[in-house]
Design a binder for this molecule. Structure first.
Ligand code: HEC
Ligand code: HEC
Length: 385
Protein backbone atom coordinates (compact mmCIF):
# COMPACT_ATOMS: atom_id res chain seq x y z
CA UNK A 1 0.00 0.00 0.00
CA UNK A 2 2.79 2.29 0.95
CA UNK A 3 4.55 1.50 -2.30
CA UNK A 4 1.40 2.29 -4.21
CA UNK A 5 0.96 5.71 -2.60
CA UNK A 6 4.59 6.47 -3.17
CA UNK A 7 4.43 5.70 -6.85
CA UNK A 8 1.18 7.62 -7.13
CA UNK A 9 2.93 10.55 -5.53
CA UNK A 10 5.78 10.35 -7.99
CA UNK A 11 3.36 10.17 -10.91
CA UNK A 12 1.60 13.23 -9.58
CA UNK A 13 4.94 14.94 -9.16
CA UNK A 14 5.81 14.15 -12.75
CA UNK A 15 2.52 15.61 -13.91
CA UNK A 16 3.11 18.77 -11.88
CA UNK A 17 6.62 19.03 -13.25
CA UNK A 18 5.32 18.66 -16.76
CA UNK A 19 2.70 21.33 -16.28
CA UNK A 20 5.32 23.58 -14.71
CA UNK A 21 7.24 23.37 -17.93
CA UNK A 22 4.11 24.63 -19.65
CA UNK A 23 3.74 27.39 -17.14
CA UNK A 24 7.23 28.74 -17.88
CA UNK A 25 5.72 31.10 -20.42
CA UNK A 26 7.37 34.34 -21.43
CA UNK A 27 6.93 37.32 -19.09
CA UNK A 28 5.08 39.35 -21.73
CA UNK A 29 2.61 36.51 -22.23
CA UNK A 30 1.92 36.31 -18.49
CA UNK A 31 1.80 40.10 -18.23
CA UNK A 32 -0.79 40.35 -20.95
CA UNK A 33 -3.22 38.20 -19.00
CA UNK A 34 -2.96 40.50 -15.97
CA UNK A 35 -3.16 43.57 -18.18
CA UNK A 36 -6.36 42.37 -19.84
CA UNK A 37 -8.06 41.63 -16.52
CA UNK A 38 -6.88 44.68 -14.54
CA UNK A 39 -5.51 47.52 -16.68
CA UNK A 40 -7.31 47.44 -20.02
CA UNK A 41 -10.44 48.95 -18.52
CA UNK A 42 -8.64 52.29 -18.16
CA UNK A 43 -5.59 52.09 -20.43
CA UNK A 44 -7.38 50.50 -23.38
CA UNK A 45 -6.63 47.38 -25.35
CA UNK A 46 -3.55 48.85 -27.04
CA UNK A 47 -2.33 50.86 -24.02
CA UNK A 48 -3.20 54.18 -25.58
CA UNK A 49 -5.34 55.31 -22.68
CA UNK A 50 -8.82 55.03 -24.13
CA UNK A 51 -10.28 52.29 -21.95
CA UNK A 52 -14.03 52.44 -21.22
CA UNK A 53 -13.67 53.24 -17.51
CA UNK A 54 -11.21 56.08 -18.10
CA UNK A 55 -13.62 57.59 -20.60
CA UNK A 56 -16.56 57.19 -18.27
CA UNK A 57 -14.72 58.70 -15.30
CA UNK A 58 -13.26 61.45 -17.45
CA UNK A 59 -9.74 60.68 -16.26
CA UNK A 60 -6.64 60.86 -18.39
CA UNK A 61 -5.12 57.37 -18.39
CA UNK A 62 -1.76 57.98 -20.02
CA UNK A 63 -0.84 56.64 -23.43
CA UNK A 64 1.52 54.06 -21.97
CA UNK A 65 3.07 53.23 -25.33
CA UNK A 66 4.50 56.76 -25.36
CA UNK A 67 5.27 57.51 -21.73
CA UNK A 68 6.97 54.37 -20.53
CA UNK A 69 9.82 54.50 -23.03
CA UNK A 70 11.64 57.00 -20.87
CA UNK A 71 10.98 55.13 -17.64
CA UNK A 72 13.23 52.48 -16.15
CA UNK A 73 11.85 49.16 -14.90
CA UNK A 74 12.52 50.29 -11.35
CA UNK A 75 10.45 53.45 -11.83
CA UNK A 76 7.63 51.45 -13.41
CA UNK A 77 7.69 49.03 -10.49
CA UNK A 78 7.18 51.98 -8.13
CA UNK A 79 4.46 53.55 -10.25
CA UNK A 80 2.46 50.35 -10.63
CA UNK A 81 2.84 49.04 -7.08
CA UNK A 82 2.30 52.53 -5.68
CA UNK A 83 5.12 52.05 -3.20
CA UNK A 84 7.61 54.92 -3.49
CA UNK A 85 5.64 56.34 -6.38
CA UNK A 86 6.04 59.87 -5.08
CA UNK A 87 9.83 59.59 -5.49
CA UNK A 88 9.78 58.70 -9.15
CA UNK A 89 11.78 61.30 -10.99
CA UNK A 90 9.65 62.56 -13.80
CA UNK A 91 11.53 62.54 -17.06
CA UNK A 92 8.65 62.85 -19.47
CA UNK A 93 7.59 66.28 -18.33
CA UNK A 94 4.40 65.07 -16.65
CA UNK A 95 3.54 65.93 -13.11
CA UNK A 96 3.32 63.47 -10.23
CA UNK A 97 1.37 60.30 -10.85
CA UNK A 98 -2.07 60.96 -9.43
CA UNK A 99 -4.18 58.58 -7.41
CA UNK A 100 -6.44 58.08 -10.42
CA UNK A 101 -3.91 55.34 -11.15
CA UNK A 102 -4.65 52.68 -8.53
CA UNK A 103 -1.88 51.23 -6.34
CA UNK A 104 -1.48 47.52 -7.00
CA UNK A 105 0.92 46.39 -4.29
CA UNK A 106 -1.71 44.40 -2.39
CA UNK A 107 -3.02 42.80 -5.56
CA UNK A 108 0.16 41.69 -7.32
CA UNK A 109 3.52 40.29 -6.27
CA UNK A 110 6.67 41.99 -7.57
CA UNK A 111 7.12 39.10 -10.00
CA UNK A 112 3.67 39.69 -11.40
CA UNK A 113 4.39 43.39 -11.77
CA UNK A 114 7.59 42.47 -13.65
CA UNK A 115 5.51 40.51 -16.14
CA UNK A 116 3.20 43.52 -16.51
CA UNK A 117 6.24 45.67 -17.25
CA UNK A 118 7.39 43.14 -19.85
CA UNK A 119 4.01 43.41 -21.55
CA UNK A 120 4.05 47.22 -21.44
CA UNK A 121 7.53 47.15 -23.04
CA UNK A 122 6.10 44.88 -25.71
CA UNK A 123 3.20 47.29 -26.34
CA UNK A 124 5.52 50.25 -26.60
CA UNK A 125 8.11 48.68 -28.92
CA UNK A 126 6.42 46.11 -31.12
CA UNK A 127 4.94 47.38 -34.34
CA UNK A 128 2.73 44.33 -34.73
CA UNK A 129 -0.74 44.00 -33.26
CA UNK A 130 -2.07 40.86 -31.66
CA UNK A 131 -4.87 39.71 -33.92
CA UNK A 132 -5.51 36.30 -32.38
CA UNK A 133 -5.94 34.70 -28.98
CA UNK A 134 -2.41 34.06 -27.62
CA UNK A 135 -3.67 31.60 -25.01
CA UNK A 136 -5.10 29.34 -27.67
CA UNK A 137 -1.86 29.98 -29.56
CA UNK A 138 0.24 28.82 -26.64
CA UNK A 139 -1.68 25.58 -26.33
CA UNK A 140 -1.24 24.79 -30.02
CA UNK A 141 2.40 25.90 -30.11
CA UNK A 142 3.28 23.60 -27.22
CA UNK A 143 1.34 20.77 -28.79
CA UNK A 144 2.53 20.96 -32.42
CA UNK A 145 5.53 23.26 -32.67
CA UNK A 146 7.65 22.97 -29.53
CA UNK A 147 9.20 19.70 -30.64
CA UNK A 148 11.16 21.68 -33.22
CA UNK A 149 10.86 25.32 -32.11
CA UNK A 150 11.48 24.57 -28.44
CA UNK A 151 9.15 24.92 -25.45
CA UNK A 152 10.39 28.47 -24.95
CA UNK A 153 10.36 29.20 -28.67
CA UNK A 154 14.12 29.68 -28.85
CA UNK A 155 14.49 27.30 -31.79
CA UNK A 156 16.10 24.54 -29.76
CA UNK A 157 13.44 21.83 -29.87
CA UNK A 158 14.49 18.21 -29.39
CA UNK A 159 14.04 17.34 -33.08
CA UNK A 160 16.28 20.12 -34.28
CA UNK A 161 19.50 18.21 -33.68
CA UNK A 162 18.23 15.53 -36.02
CA UNK A 163 17.21 17.96 -38.72
CA UNK A 164 20.40 19.98 -38.62
CA UNK A 165 18.56 23.12 -39.68
CA UNK A 166 17.66 25.68 -37.07
CA UNK A 167 14.53 27.83 -37.24
CA UNK A 168 14.86 31.41 -36.06
CA UNK A 169 14.70 32.21 -32.35
CA UNK A 170 11.08 33.29 -31.79
CA UNK A 171 12.03 34.98 -28.49
CA UNK A 172 14.33 37.40 -30.27
CA UNK A 173 12.45 40.50 -31.44
CA UNK A 174 15.30 41.46 -33.77
CA UNK A 175 14.51 38.30 -35.75
CA UNK A 176 10.74 38.26 -35.55
CA UNK A 177 10.03 42.02 -35.73
CA UNK A 178 10.90 42.25 -39.40
CA UNK A 179 8.41 39.52 -40.34
CA UNK A 180 4.81 40.70 -40.73
CA UNK A 181 1.89 38.87 -39.14
CA UNK A 182 0.79 37.82 -42.62
CA UNK A 183 4.19 36.32 -43.48
CA UNK A 184 4.37 34.41 -40.20
CA UNK A 185 0.90 33.04 -40.86
CA UNK A 186 1.87 32.10 -44.40
CA UNK A 187 4.93 30.13 -43.21
CA UNK A 188 2.72 28.27 -40.78
CA UNK A 189 -0.09 27.48 -43.23
CA UNK A 190 2.11 26.66 -46.22
CA UNK A 191 5.29 25.39 -44.54
CA UNK A 192 8.82 26.53 -45.22
CA UNK A 193 11.87 24.83 -46.62
CA UNK A 194 12.27 21.08 -46.37
CA UNK A 195 11.53 20.58 -42.70
CA UNK A 196 8.86 23.03 -41.67
CA UNK A 197 5.55 21.25 -42.30
CA UNK A 198 2.48 22.96 -43.77
CA UNK A 199 -0.35 23.12 -41.23
CA UNK A 200 -3.12 24.13 -43.62
CA UNK A 201 -5.16 20.97 -43.14
CA UNK A 202 -4.75 20.90 -39.37
CA UNK A 203 -5.10 24.51 -38.23
CA UNK A 204 -7.70 27.07 -39.24
CA UNK A 205 -7.01 30.78 -39.73
CA UNK A 206 -8.18 31.74 -36.23
CA UNK A 207 -5.86 29.18 -34.66
CA UNK A 208 -2.96 30.40 -36.78
CA UNK A 209 -3.65 34.02 -35.74
CA UNK A 210 -3.54 32.83 -32.14
CA UNK A 211 -0.16 31.19 -32.70
CA UNK A 212 1.21 34.31 -34.40
CA UNK A 213 0.11 36.41 -31.43
CA UNK A 214 1.74 33.92 -29.07
CA UNK A 215 4.99 34.11 -31.07
CA UNK A 216 4.89 37.92 -30.73
CA UNK A 217 4.64 37.60 -26.95
CA UNK A 218 7.68 35.34 -26.75
CA UNK A 219 9.55 38.63 -27.07
CA UNK A 220 12.38 38.54 -24.54
CA UNK A 221 15.37 40.68 -24.44
CA UNK A 222 17.23 40.92 -21.26
CA UNK A 223 16.68 37.75 -19.28
CA UNK A 224 19.88 35.99 -20.21
CA UNK A 225 22.17 38.94 -19.66
CA UNK A 226 21.49 39.04 -15.95
CA UNK A 227 23.54 35.87 -15.56
CA UNK A 228 26.73 37.57 -16.79
CA UNK A 229 29.56 36.05 -18.84
CA UNK A 230 28.35 37.48 -22.17
CA UNK A 231 29.87 39.98 -24.56
CA UNK A 232 27.56 42.83 -25.56
CA UNK A 233 28.54 44.59 -28.78
CA UNK A 234 27.18 48.05 -29.48
CA UNK A 235 27.66 50.12 -32.59
CA UNK A 236 29.37 53.44 -32.25
CA UNK A 237 27.26 56.37 -33.44
CA UNK A 238 28.46 58.06 -36.63
CA UNK A 239 28.50 61.71 -37.51
CA UNK A 240 25.86 62.90 -39.98
CA UNK A 241 28.19 65.64 -41.22
CA UNK A 242 29.90 65.31 -44.57
CA UNK A 243 32.58 62.70 -45.02
CA UNK A 244 35.60 64.98 -44.93
CA UNK A 245 34.83 66.43 -41.58
CA UNK A 246 34.01 62.95 -40.28
CA UNK A 247 37.41 61.73 -41.34
CA UNK A 248 39.26 64.62 -39.75
CA UNK A 249 37.23 64.20 -36.59
CA UNK A 250 38.07 60.52 -36.38
CA UNK A 251 41.74 61.38 -36.53
CA UNK A 252 41.42 63.78 -33.64
CA UNK A 253 42.07 61.28 -30.89
CA UNK A 254 42.59 64.02 -28.35
CA UNK A 255 38.82 64.55 -28.59
CA UNK A 256 39.38 68.29 -28.43
CA UNK A 257 37.16 69.01 -31.40
CA UNK A 258 34.04 71.05 -30.82
CA UNK A 259 32.03 68.53 -32.80
CA UNK A 260 32.00 65.70 -30.32
CA UNK A 261 28.95 63.93 -28.97
CA UNK A 262 25.77 65.93 -29.51
CA UNK A 263 23.31 66.69 -26.79
CA UNK A 264 20.91 64.17 -28.24
CA UNK A 265 23.64 61.57 -28.60
CA UNK A 266 24.47 62.03 -24.97
CA UNK A 267 20.86 61.66 -23.85
CA UNK A 268 20.59 58.45 -25.87
CA UNK A 269 23.83 57.10 -24.43
CA UNK A 270 22.64 57.80 -20.90
CA UNK A 271 19.35 56.08 -21.69
CA UNK A 272 21.20 53.01 -23.05
CA UNK A 273 23.25 52.76 -19.86
CA UNK A 274 20.10 53.05 -17.77
CA UNK A 275 18.37 50.28 -19.70
CA UNK A 276 21.15 47.87 -18.82
CA UNK A 277 21.29 49.04 -15.24
CA UNK A 278 17.57 49.03 -14.53
CA UNK A 279 17.30 45.45 -15.77
CA UNK A 280 20.08 44.35 -13.48
CA UNK A 281 22.58 43.56 -16.24
CA UNK A 282 25.98 43.45 -14.49
CA UNK A 283 28.86 45.04 -16.41
CA UNK A 284 32.47 44.14 -15.65
CA UNK A 285 34.28 46.18 -18.22
CA UNK A 286 33.66 48.52 -21.15
CA UNK A 287 36.06 48.49 -24.11
CA UNK A 288 35.70 51.11 -26.80
CA UNK A 289 37.08 52.28 -30.08
CA UNK A 290 39.53 55.15 -29.55
CA UNK A 291 37.44 57.42 -31.76
CA UNK A 292 36.08 60.35 -29.78
CA UNK A 293 32.44 59.75 -30.42
CA UNK A 294 32.67 56.10 -29.38
CA UNK A 295 34.70 56.90 -26.29
CA UNK A 296 32.36 59.62 -25.14
CA UNK A 297 29.28 57.52 -25.86
CA UNK A 298 30.68 54.64 -23.80
CA UNK A 299 31.60 56.98 -21.00
CA UNK A 300 28.17 58.64 -20.93
CA UNK A 301 26.39 55.30 -21.03
CA UNK A 302 28.42 53.26 -18.55
CA UNK A 303 30.55 55.74 -16.64
CA UNK A 304 33.69 53.87 -17.69
CA UNK A 305 35.56 53.24 -20.93
CA UNK A 306 38.90 51.67 -21.74
CA UNK A 307 40.08 52.23 -25.29
CA UNK A 308 41.54 49.50 -27.50
CA UNK A 309 43.26 50.31 -30.77
CA UNK A 310 41.86 47.23 -32.54
CA UNK A 311 38.32 48.55 -32.03
CA UNK A 312 39.06 51.53 -34.30
CA UNK A 313 37.18 51.37 -37.59
CA UNK A 314 38.66 48.84 -40.01
CA UNK A 315 37.04 50.68 -42.90
CA UNK A 316 39.74 51.84 -45.36
CA UNK A 317 42.51 50.01 -43.51
CA UNK A 318 45.08 47.95 -45.42
CA UNK A 319 44.12 44.28 -45.54
CA UNK A 320 46.80 42.98 -43.16
CA UNK A 321 46.02 45.54 -40.48
CA UNK A 322 42.33 44.85 -40.84
CA UNK A 323 42.97 41.17 -40.27
CA UNK A 324 45.13 41.83 -37.26
CA UNK A 325 42.37 43.98 -35.69
CA UNK A 326 39.80 41.28 -36.36
CA UNK A 327 41.94 38.57 -34.84
CA UNK A 328 42.54 40.60 -31.71
CA UNK A 329 38.83 41.33 -31.35
CA UNK A 330 37.90 37.66 -31.77
CA UNK A 331 40.45 36.64 -29.17
CA UNK A 332 39.14 39.26 -26.74
CA UNK A 333 35.58 37.99 -27.17
CA UNK A 334 36.32 34.26 -27.15
CA UNK A 335 38.51 34.37 -24.07
CA UNK A 336 36.32 36.65 -21.95
CA UNK A 337 35.10 35.27 -18.68
CA UNK A 338 33.60 37.23 -15.83
CA UNK A 339 30.82 37.45 -13.27
CA UNK A 340 29.38 40.34 -15.22
CA UNK A 341 29.32 41.08 -18.95
CA UNK A 342 31.85 42.73 -21.22
CA UNK A 343 30.62 45.66 -23.31
CA UNK A 344 32.35 46.47 -26.60
CA UNK A 345 31.64 49.62 -28.54
CA UNK A 346 32.99 49.56 -32.07
CA UNK A 347 32.18 50.33 -35.71
CA UNK A 348 30.00 48.84 -38.39
CA UNK A 349 32.89 47.36 -40.39
CA UNK A 350 34.35 45.63 -37.31
CA UNK A 351 30.93 44.27 -36.32
CA UNK A 352 30.25 42.95 -39.82
CA UNK A 353 33.28 40.71 -39.42
CA UNK A 354 31.72 39.15 -36.30
CA UNK A 355 28.20 38.45 -37.49
CA UNK A 356 26.51 37.85 -40.78
CA UNK A 357 23.83 40.33 -39.94
CA UNK A 358 24.07 44.08 -39.85
CA UNK A 359 23.59 45.78 -36.55
CA UNK A 360 21.20 48.63 -37.07
CA UNK A 361 21.05 51.70 -34.87
CA UNK A 362 19.21 50.92 -31.64
CA UNK A 363 20.19 47.23 -31.56
CA UNK A 364 22.95 45.32 -29.81
CA UNK A 365 24.65 42.02 -30.48
CA UNK A 366 25.13 39.42 -27.76
CA UNK A 367 27.89 36.82 -28.03
CA UNK A 368 28.76 33.94 -25.75
CA UNK A 369 32.50 33.25 -25.36
CA UNK A 370 33.53 29.61 -25.60
CA UNK A 371 37.30 29.90 -25.24
CA UNK A 372 40.35 31.19 -27.15
CA UNK A 373 38.97 33.00 -30.20
CA UNK A 374 35.69 31.11 -30.38
CA UNK A 375 32.24 32.41 -29.54
CA UNK A 376 28.60 31.80 -30.35
CA UNK A 377 26.06 34.36 -31.41
CA UNK A 378 23.20 34.56 -28.90
CA UNK A 379 21.21 37.12 -30.80
CA UNK A 380 20.62 40.68 -31.83
CA UNK A 381 18.39 42.62 -29.50
CA UNK A 382 16.57 45.88 -29.51
CA UNK A 383 17.11 48.85 -27.27
CA UNK A 384 14.32 51.15 -26.27
CA UNK A 385 15.43 54.38 -27.93
C1 HEC B 1 -8.99 53.25 -12.79
C2 HEC B 1 -8.21 53.43 -13.99
C3 HEC B 1 -6.84 52.80 -14.09
C4 HEC B 1 -6.54 51.46 -13.98
C5 HEC B 1 -7.47 50.31 -13.72
C6 HEC B 1 -5.11 51.38 -14.23
N1 HEC B 1 -4.59 52.61 -14.45
FE1 HEC B 1 -2.63 53.05 -14.84
N2 HEC B 1 -3.07 55.03 -14.89
C7 HEC B 1 -4.34 55.57 -14.76
C8 HEC B 1 -4.24 57.01 -14.88
C9 HEC B 1 -5.41 57.98 -14.81
C10 HEC B 1 -2.87 57.32 -15.06
C11 HEC B 1 -2.26 58.68 -15.21
C12 HEC B 1 -1.88 59.19 -13.85
C13 HEC B 1 -1.14 60.49 -13.88
O1 HEC B 1 -0.30 60.69 -14.77
O2 HEC B 1 -1.40 61.30 -13.01
C14 HEC B 1 -2.17 56.05 -15.06
C15 HEC B 1 -0.81 55.93 -15.20
C16 HEC B 1 -0.13 54.72 -15.34
C17 HEC B 1 1.28 54.59 -15.58
C18 HEC B 1 2.28 55.74 -15.67
C19 HEC B 1 2.34 56.31 -17.04
C20 HEC B 1 3.49 57.27 -17.14
O3 HEC B 1 4.56 56.82 -17.53
O4 HEC B 1 3.30 58.44 -16.82
C21 HEC B 1 1.55 53.26 -15.69
C22 HEC B 1 2.89 52.62 -15.96
C23 HEC B 1 0.31 52.56 -15.49
N3 HEC B 1 -0.70 53.48 -15.29
C24 HEC B 1 0.18 51.19 -15.54
C25 HEC B 1 -1.00 50.52 -15.19
C26 HEC B 1 -1.08 49.09 -15.06
C27 HEC B 1 0.05 48.10 -15.33
C28 HEC B 1 -2.35 48.81 -14.69
C29 HEC B 1 -2.96 47.46 -14.38
C30 HEC B 1 -2.34 46.68 -13.34
C31 HEC B 1 -3.06 50.07 -14.58
N4 HEC B 1 -2.20 51.09 -14.89
C32 HEC B 1 -4.40 50.19 -14.25
C33 HEC B 1 -5.51 54.88 -14.57
C34 HEC B 1 -5.61 53.51 -14.39
C1 HEC C 1 9.54 19.13 -37.77
C2 HEC C 1 10.00 20.35 -37.21
C3 HEC C 1 9.08 21.54 -37.18
C4 HEC C 1 7.79 21.61 -36.66
C5 HEC C 1 6.98 20.51 -36.03
C6 HEC C 1 7.39 22.99 -36.84
N1 HEC C 1 8.37 23.72 -37.44
FE1 HEC C 1 8.30 25.68 -37.94
N2 HEC C 1 10.11 25.55 -38.80
C7 HEC C 1 10.94 24.45 -38.76
C8 HEC C 1 12.17 24.74 -39.47
C9 HEC C 1 13.35 23.80 -39.65
C10 HEC C 1 12.05 26.07 -39.93
C11 HEC C 1 13.06 26.86 -40.75
C12 HEC C 1 12.74 26.63 -42.20
C13 HEC C 1 13.65 27.39 -43.12
O1 HEC C 1 14.02 28.52 -42.79
O2 HEC C 1 13.96 26.84 -44.17
C14 HEC C 1 10.74 26.53 -39.51
C15 HEC C 1 10.23 27.79 -39.79
C16 HEC C 1 9.09 28.32 -39.24
C17 HEC C 1 8.62 29.67 -39.42
C18 HEC C 1 9.27 30.73 -40.28
C19 HEC C 1 10.14 31.61 -39.45
C20 HEC C 1 11.19 30.81 -38.71
O3 HEC C 1 10.97 30.57 -37.51
O4 HEC C 1 12.18 30.42 -39.31
C21 HEC C 1 7.50 29.81 -38.65
C22 HEC C 1 6.67 31.07 -38.45
C23 HEC C 1 7.24 28.53 -38.04
N3 HEC C 1 8.20 27.65 -38.43
C24 HEC C 1 6.18 28.28 -37.20
C25 HEC C 1 5.84 27.02 -36.79
C26 HEC C 1 4.64 26.71 -36.06
C27 HEC C 1 3.64 27.75 -35.60
C28 HEC C 1 4.61 25.37 -35.87
C29 HEC C 1 3.53 24.55 -35.19
C30 HEC C 1 2.19 24.72 -35.66
C31 HEC C 1 5.81 24.83 -36.46
N4 HEC C 1 6.54 25.85 -37.01
C32 HEC C 1 6.16 23.48 -36.44
C33 HEC C 1 10.64 23.23 -38.20
C34 HEC C 1 9.43 22.87 -37.64
Amino acid sequence: MKILTQSLASILLLITLASNVFAAASPAFEGRKLYVSHCLICHGIDGKGNGPLARKMGINAEDLTATIRSRSDIALMKIISGEGRENVADESGHGQISNDMPKWKDVFSNDQISTLIAYLRFLSTSKHTLTGDPELGMELYQKYCSICHGRDGDGKGVLINLIGLKPIDHTNPARTDKISNEDLARSILEGKGRFMPAWRDILNQGEVNGIVSYIRLLYQVWGKLEEGGFVIVLRSPTMDTNEDSTRSLLKDTSCGSAENISKMGKTQAVSIGKQFKSRGVPIDKVLTSPHCLAKETADSAFGQAETAEYLASTNNLPEDQKESYETQLERQIGSFSGKGNLVILTHESNINALTFQTLKKGYFLVLMPIGENEYEEVGIYKLNI
